[in-house]
Design a protein around this ligand. Structure first.
Ligand code: HEC
Length: 157
């Protein structure tokens, strides 16, 4: 398989997963299974960012799939952190989610919104297939990932 096709296949898995979990939140697993879902969705977004950071305008279909994986993560975040899915919650064995998420849920949601806004700008830049605009938008998306991680994601074990 060509490398770009492999990336597209990998992204599609993430997209499908995120699509199911966001449009039908009631189908989400609980406990550690939910942590697995959110980690998988966010990893798909990370992989998509990596692809787009090297994007030269030559493969818009893969770029669009990448933008969608990122956008799906933004939607996913709104349902991936229900109360009780943090450390010590029922069935949770391992998570980097910090309890502060539920202590200041308004701020956590504002950080999701900032990410979602940046993702929207990125989606438009990809739709225009404009590598320069994609680069700028990607920088803002990256800042929004980091802004949340700094406050709400604990260290790697
Ligand atoms: C609103 C907060 C928030 C935003 C925005 C956010 N993340 Fe995260 N992310 C988290 C939290 C919390 C975890 C820890 C989840 C867990 O372990 O249960 C996490 C986990 C991850 C992981 C899993 C790896 C690991 O072990 O921690 C990756 C990869 C990741 N994020 C990438 C991203 C990328 C890339 C973006 C932006 C495109 C992003 N995240 C945006 C909060 C966020």
């Amino acid at each position: 398989m060509k490398r770009s096709h492999w990336i597209l296949a990998a992204l599609t898995v993430g997209v499908t997963l995120a699509g199911v979990t966001t449009s039908r939140g009631e189908d989400l697993p609980s406990g550690q299974g939910l942590v697995d879902v959110r980690v998988k969705g966010l990893k798909a977004a990370g992989g998509a960012m990596q692809f787009l950071s090297q994007y030269d305008g030559s493969d818009q279909a893969t770029a669009a799939a990448a933008a969608k994986a990122i956008d799906d993560a933004a939607s996913g975040l709104t349902v991936w952190f229900p109360e009780g899915s943090g450390p010590g919650g029922p069935g949770i064995e391992k998570t980097r989610a910090k309890p502060e998420i539920w202590a200041d849920n308004a701020d956590f949601n504002a950080k999701i919104k900032a990410f979602d806004d940046a993702s929207g700008v990125l989606t438009n830049a990809v739709a225009a297939n404009d590598p320069a605009a994609i680069k700028v938008a990607l920088g803002d998306v990256g800042k929004s990932c980091k802004a949340c991680h700094e406050v709400y994601r604990g260290p790697e074990e």
